[in-house]
Design a protein around this ligand. Structure first.
Ligand SMILES: NC(=O)c1ccc[n+]([C@@H]2O[C@H](COP(=O)([O-])OP(=O)(O)OC[C@H]3O[C@@H](n4cnc5c(N)ncnc54)[C@H](O)[C@@H]3O)[C@@H](O)[C@H]2O)c1
Ligand SMILES: [Zn+2]
Length: 363
């Protein structure tokens, strides 16, 4: 069992984590407990949780439909109505049992309900276990713009049970693995070396989850409200979020991690062009990203829409599009501004890699 102290809450990681959930429930007084699930966490994770945590047997289960397209204010309104009908009050607890969508949606729902009720995260996807469940960012998309509405609100605790990953598809595992790759690239060159050797099929993820949570938590602790350095976690996300939104608009969603892998290839190129990343590292990083991840598709005719979407990015402060770029593997710098021309070149670079048509591991 690993325990990591976040700013205001503990993160437990391991196969004995249900014991910690039980202790947490015993040491707090809740009027009612609600568990938010989608149809997949309901089927694959809830039985295991309830079997191991006696106190959750009588919890109210609230089910919502899976998918990024449901991370909306409309779904939150439904959840607020259901909580009201079921008699939730300020002393209630919401348990978010699911991936990053459930965590973001449930966290935001809890943060606003009656001006805030307590919530805990029990993440069930790799992406949520290594990244989304930590750091207190909650929110929803607005007309496909990613996380346009939200608040910073910390969970009371996070409980990570790596065994939940057993039922996750390879595609979803790889989506989470792209955030793992990001952690190595922005913060730890030795970790990057380990990541390159790691086979995503290996079932024992615990060590990697601990490492990634430690990196993310270390960054968030120093800048919980993203006034500055926390922006390093956005490496790959300026272009990645634009690509994710573009595909949502086309009603052809891609996975968050797939969009971020594409975003990281483009932004590694920008790092080479304008942040001093050596050419050998550009080659090393892109070779790994291209061979490991499913490369999502777009066309040159999409460039202007992508730029419009990047102009909406929350990191922007005044004119210009804001990027986090790599100075070298394991070291990132925030607040680099790139011109549309440079961004077009980076998108061209990506399309050139795509046209090489290197088969992805998951196809
Ligand atoms: N708050 C943050 O700091 C933060 C950080 C990174 C990403 N995010 C957000 O996280 C979201 C992506 O999260 P995600 O990749 O977990 O997506 P997700 O929540 O959509 O989950 C992916 C799929 O896996 C299913 N699933 C969940 N657990 C399962 C299990 N154990 N077995 C089988 N299927 C299971 C889900 O039902 C869903 O279909 C995006 O909305 C992204 O913006 C938030
Ligand atoms: Zn992300």
């Amino acid at each position: 069992m690993n325990k990591i102290e976040a700013e205001n809450y503990p993160v437990f990681i391991g196969n004995e984590v249900f014991q910690q959930v039980t202790e947490y429930l015993h040491s707090n007084k809740f009027s009612k407990v609600f568990i938010l699930v989608d149809e997949n966490s309901l089927k694959n994770c809830l039985p295991e949780l309830v079997k191991n945590v006696e106190d959750l047997k009588n919890a109210e289960i609230i089910e919502t439909e899976s998918g990024e397209e449901n991370k909306t204010i409309e779904v939150c309104i439904q959840l607020w109505k259901v909580l009201t009908e079921l008699g939730a009050d300020r002393k209630s607890l919401l348990v978010n049992l699911g991936g990053g969508v459930i965590g973001d949606l449930g966290g935001f729902t809890a943060a606003c309900f009656k001006r805030g009720i307590r919530y805990i995260n029990i993440p069930t996807t790799l992406l949520a276990q290594v990244d989304a469940s930590i750091g207190g960012k909650t929110g929803v998309d607005l007309e496909n713009l990613k996380n346009q509405v939200g608040v910073f609100s910390d969970p009371q605790a996070v409980f990570i049970y790596p065994q939940f990953l057993k039922t996750l598809s390879k595609r979803q595992i790889l989506s989470g693995f792209s955030e793992v790759a990001k952690h190595g690239l922005i913060a730890d060159a030795d970790y990057w070396k380990e990541i390159k050797k790691f086979k995503p099929a290996i079932s024992d993820w615990q060590e990697m989850i601990v490492k990634s949570v430690t990196i993310k938590n270390g960054i968030v602790k120093n800048d919980p409200f993203e006034k500055g350095f926390r922006k390093v976690l956005n490496f790959g996300h300026t272009i990645g979020h634009a690509l994710e939104t573009l595909h949502l608009e086309r009603e052809n969603p891609v996975l968050h991690g797939e969009a971020i892998a594409a975003g990281m290839i483009c932004e590694t190129y920008l790092s080479y062009k304008s942040a001093g990343l050596p050419h050998t590292e550009l080659d090393d990083i892109c070779a790994f990203l291209v061979k490991t991840f499913k490369l999502i598709r777009f066309e040159q005719s999409d460039y202007s829409r992508l730029i419009e979407l990047m102009e909406q990015d929350k990191k922007n402060e005044g004119p210009g599009i804001n990027f986090t770029l790599l100075k070298t593997t394991g070291k990132a710098e925030i607040n680099s501004t790139c011109s549309s021309q440079q961004i077009f070149q980076a998108l061209d670079f990506y399309l050139m890699k795509l046209s090489l048509d290197i088969p992805s591991l998951i196809q």
